[in-house]
Design a binder for this molecule. Structure first.
Ligand code: NAP
Length: 247
């Protein structure tokens, strides 16, 4: 399942996963407005493995409904991978101290941190189901939660480089990375791998046209990183090339 699948990296994840040589039986594309997600609708017309569901990660009732729908699609097989991709960056506000607002901080945290967490909390039984079907809790081959993070949330690099503020986005991404460290500890014994993944600077609506990576380049790197998940990588903060980033 991929959240924020209407465009950008989320759409690329969905498209490419369906094209794998051994594709998943079902790919769930969760987006805020399925009726206006024309790219997804076009794929779903010819590929019945793609299921589009409605999910605004700011709304608990949406998360509940998305869980019920996903459960009906995956059945007893459960969910092998949850890609928490939905993200928000308000580029109309530079996020400096004099410009940032309480409302803006809350919106970034609501989507980039609480939204991701509430989705994991709700979908946990489906990840556990996938694990119980495999009969082992070995972290090398089990269910995986991927948190789309950002190098912009690295406290260490921000401190060293003195980068521009962006208090709203950077604080939320940093908190998201902390959440993934804590979850990796909490879910380790259940056999659930948790990864913070920086996709690179990518040409999407968020990344902008100047970014150095296409969505295809970012995805192919991310895929290798996700595919090489092991007991040694849970809780780590990695970029699309597999390089480890400082928290
Ligand atoms: N692009 C980059 O350079 C870059 C770099 C580092 C990290 N990232 C991270 O990678 C992820 C994907 O980024 P992107 O570049 O693909 O961004 P994007 O082009 O701006 O797309 C964002 C996606 O998130 C969805 N979304 C926003 N608010 C949502 C909500 N409340 N509930 C559910 N979905 C919501 C959007 O849905 P709508 O279409 O409905 O708005 C859209 O599908 C994000 O987490 C981002 O922080 C991106």
């Amino acid at each position: 399942m991929v959240t924020g699948a209407s465009r950008g990296l989320g759409l690329e994840f969905v498209t490419q996963m369906l094209a794998f040589p051994s594709p998943p039986e079902v790919v769930i594309a969760a987006c805020r407005n399925p009726s206006s997600a024309t790219n997804l609708q076009a794929i779903a017309k010819s590929d019945h493995r793609l299921k589009i569901i409605s999910l605004d990660v700011e709304k608990d009732e949406d998360i509940e409904k998305a869980f019920q729908e996903t459960q009906s699609f995956v059945g007893e097989k459960g969910l092998n991978i949850l890609i928490n991709n939905a993200g928000f960056y308000d580029q109309s506000n530079n996020g400096r101290l004099q410009d940032v607002t309480r409302e803006s901080m809350q919106k970034h945290f609501n989507i980039n941190v609480s939204g991701q967490l509430m989705v994991i909390q709700k979908f946990l039984p489906l990840l556990e189901l996938a694990i119980s079907n495999r009969g082992s809790k070995d972290l090398n081959c089990q269910a995986e939660v991927v948190m789309l993070s950002s190098i912009a949330g690295s406290q260490n690099l921000t401190y060293q480089a003195g980068l521009l503020s962006c208090l709203h986005y950077k604080c939320s991404k940093s908190a998201g990375t902390m959440a993934s460290i804590l979850l990796s500890r909490e879910l380790r014994s259940a056999g659930i791998h948790v990864l913070s993944l920086h996709p690179g600077w990518v040409r999407t609506d968020m990344g902008g046209p100047e970014a150095n990576l296409s969505v295809e380049e970012s995805f192919s790197g991310c895929l290798k990183v996700i595919g090489s998940a092991s007991a040694n990588t849970t809780g780590k903060f990695l970029d699309y090339s597999g390089a480890e980033l400082p928290y």
